[in-house]
Design a protein. Structure first.
Length: 162
């Protein structure tokens, strides 16, 4: 029996030492991330643009969201001045090699990350705009976040991103 107790004591000591090592490793990583996050301390939307489109048809808008805060946030909706029906969508490739698209009720934006809305991926679907969207024009997007913040951006209408 004494041999079993020694073995359990040694196993417990090894587990305790490994736990302390993991705890300090995680704490160090969190501290380094925290230092990066305080740089902007805000959510920023950049590189916005939208494809040209005809009144009553569909088109899409793209941009990059950067979360420079120390808390995760979630994009939960979108509005625009050219239609009452704008939605968050994601394009994907099916097993058959075809492209599909699905509505996304929300998009999580982790602390310290960038989420890119781009052709072939996440995008804002602008459904039945009330006017033609011609190259050189612009539209206003309102991005609604779960933090109750709404980020408004003006995006140019153009054939492709810069």
């Amino acid at each position: 029996m004494k041999h079993t107790r020694v073995y359990n004591y040694q196993s417990g000591l090894i587990v305790l030492l490994l736990s302390v090592f993991v705890l300090f490793s995680c704490e160090e990583k969190a501290e380094s991330q925290k230092a990066e996050l305080t740089v902007t301390n805000s959510i920023e939307v950049t590189d916005g643009w939208a494809r040209p489109g005809k009144s009553g048809m569909m088109t899409a808008a793209y941009f990059t969201i950067s979360n420079g805060t120390n808390q995760a946030d979630t994009l939960i909706g979108v509005s625009t001045d050219v239609t009452e029906n704008a939605q968050i969508h994601r394009s994907y490739e099916t097993e058959d090699g075809l492209m599909g698209m699905e509505h996304q009720p929300f998009v999580p934006i982790s602390s310290g990350t960038h989420v890119e809305f781009k052709p072939g991926g996440l995008h804002i679907m602008i459904i039945q705009p009330t006017m033609d969207l011609n190259e050189g024009d612009s539209l206003l997007l309102g991005l609604i976040f779960s933090s109750t913040k709404t980020e408004k951006i003006k995006v140019p209408i153009q054939q492709s991103g810069n």
